[in-house]
Design a protein around this ligand. Structure first.
Ligand code: 13P
Length: 342
C-alpha cells in the first residue's frame, strides 16, 4: 500500500476550499429523476446529462473530485473523448461508486444493508487501472422508534470498513458514507443520538480493520430534524448539534468530512455548510466540505430538461451551485450570491 499517495489524494480532495460532486446515481435512480421531469430514460440521455456536467467550464475551480457510476466511467463525450480524460485534463479527480445498493433485510423491516463486497477487489483493481483515484460506498440508516437496530448498524459498519480496507489496498481513497436519513418525524436530538451511534460503530470497525484514517474521507449526513418533525430547530441548533456530534466521534486524523445533501434544498445545504464553517470558535481538526448530488445537480437538471438548447443555461446553474458551495467552505456564502443566480 502506498500510504503517502493515499494521504496526498485525500488531502487533494479537500484542498483549496473545493469539494466533491456526486454524479454516481445508479441507473434506476437517474432514470427516476429523469422520469419526474419527462426526460427520456435512455443510456444516451444519461450520457448527455453527464457530459453536460463534466465539460462545464470553471467546474474545476470549485470541484476537486467527481464520483462516477460504472456506466459513466466507461462513457465518452459526443466528440469521442473518454469522460475520464476530460476529468484528468481539467485536474478533477475521478471517483467511483462501488457498492451495489442498499438491500432490504427480510427479518428487519425498514432496515437496509448495503451489498457489494463480492468481487470488490477485482472491481477496485480495474477502476484504479482505468485512472480512478477514490471510491464511494453508501450505507443508509432510517430512524424509527426502534430503528436503526444494533445488528443493522454493525453489519453496515463492518461492510464499510471491509470496503475501506480493500480500497486502500487497491490505492484508492475510500469515501465512507454512512447516511442517517432525513425521512421521518424524529427530532434533531434523536438524529444526533443516532448519528453518534452510527459513526461510533463505523470508526470502531475502521480501526479494527486497520484502515489508515489519514487516507479516508468521511461522508456523513448533517445532523438535522426529520422532514416531518413537528418541532422547529434553529439554524444555530443544527450547526451546534452537527459539530458536537463530529467532535465526539470523528478522530482528528481524518483529513476531511464531506457532507451529503440528503434532500435539503440547494440553498439550505449551502447555507448550513457555510454556518458549519463559520460558527466554530476554535479551529476544527478536519476540513468540512461538500459531496452533494441533488444540491448541486437538481436546478441544472430542471433547466436542461433533456434539450440541447438548454445546455448552456443548465451549465450556468450547475456552476452557480458549485460556486456557492465553494464559498460556503470558507464561510463566504451570502444571500446576495443567490440573487445573482443566472
Ligand atoms: P445527495 O447529496 O443528493 O444526498 O447525494 C449524495 C450521495 O452521494 C448519495 O449517495
Amino acid at each position: 500500500m502506498n500510504t503517502q499517495a493515499l494521504i496526498d489524494t485525500a488531502q487533494a480532495l479537500v484542498a483549496d476550499h473545493k469539494g466533491l460532486l456526486a454524479m454516481d446515481e445508479s441507473t434506476p435512480t437517474c432514470n427516476r429523476r429523469f422520469a419526474a421531469l419527462g426526460i427520456p430514460q435512455t443510456e444516451d440521455a444519461r450520457r448527455a446529462w453527464r457530459e453536460l456536467i463534466i465539460v462545464t467550464r470553471g467546474l474545476n475551480e470549485c470541484i476537486s473530485g467527481v464520483i462516477l457510476y460504472d456506466e459513466t466511467i466507461r462513457q465518452h463525450t459526443q466528440e469521442g473523448t473518454s469522460f475520464l480524460n476530460v476529468l484528468i485534463e481539467s485536474g478533477i479527480l475521478a471517483g467511483i461508486k462501488v457498492d451495489m445498493g442498499a438491500k432490504e433485510v427480510p427479518e428487519h423491516p425498514g432496515e437496509k444493508i448495503t451489498a457489494g463486497l463480492d468481487g470488490l477487489s477485482e472491481r477496485l483493481a480495474e477502476y484504479a487501472q482505468m485512472g480512478a483515484r477514490f471510491a464511494k460506498w453508501r450505507a443508509v440508516f432510517a430512524i424509527g422508534e426502534a430503528l436503526p437496530g444494533h445488528p443493522c448498524i454493525e453489519a453496515n459498519a463492518h461492510a464499510l470498513a471491509c470496503y475501506a480496507a480493500l480500497c486502500q489496498d487497491a490505492g484508492l481513497v475510500p469515501v465512507v458514507e454512512p447516511e442517517v436519513l432525513m425521512t421521518g418525524t424524529h427530532t434533531l436530538a434523536r438524529c444526533q443520538e443516532v448519528t453518534v451511534q452510527v459513526l461510533t460503530s463505523v470508526f470502531h470497525h475502521l480501526q479494527e480493520q486497520e484502515v489508515m484514517l489519514e487516507g479516508i474521507i468521511l461522508k456523513p449526513n448533517m445532523v438535522l430534524p426529520g422532514l416531518n418533525c413537528a418541532e422547529h430547530s434553529t439554524a444555530d441548533a443544527v450547526t451546534d448539534a452537527t459539530i458536537a456530534c463530529l467532535l465526539q466521534v470523528v478522530p482528528v486524523t481524518v483529513p476531511g468530512i464531506a457532507f451529503l445533501s440528503g434532500g435539503q434544498s440547494p440553498q439550505m445545504a449551502s447555507s448550513r455548510l457555510n454556518a458549519l464553517n463559520t460558527v466554530s470558535k476554535t479551529p476544527l481538526p478536519w476540513a468540512l466540505t461538500f459531496s452533494f448530488a441533488r444540491a448541486i445537480q437538481q436546478p441544472a437538471l430542471e433547466i436542461w430538461h433533456g434539450e440541447n438548447v438548454n445546455v448552456e443555461a443548465a451549465q450556468a446553474a450547475l456552476l452557480h451551485r458549485a460556486r456557492c458551495n465553494h464559498a460556503a467552505r470558507r464561510g463566504a456564502y451570502t444571500d446576495a450570491m443567490e440573487q445573482s443566480n443566472p
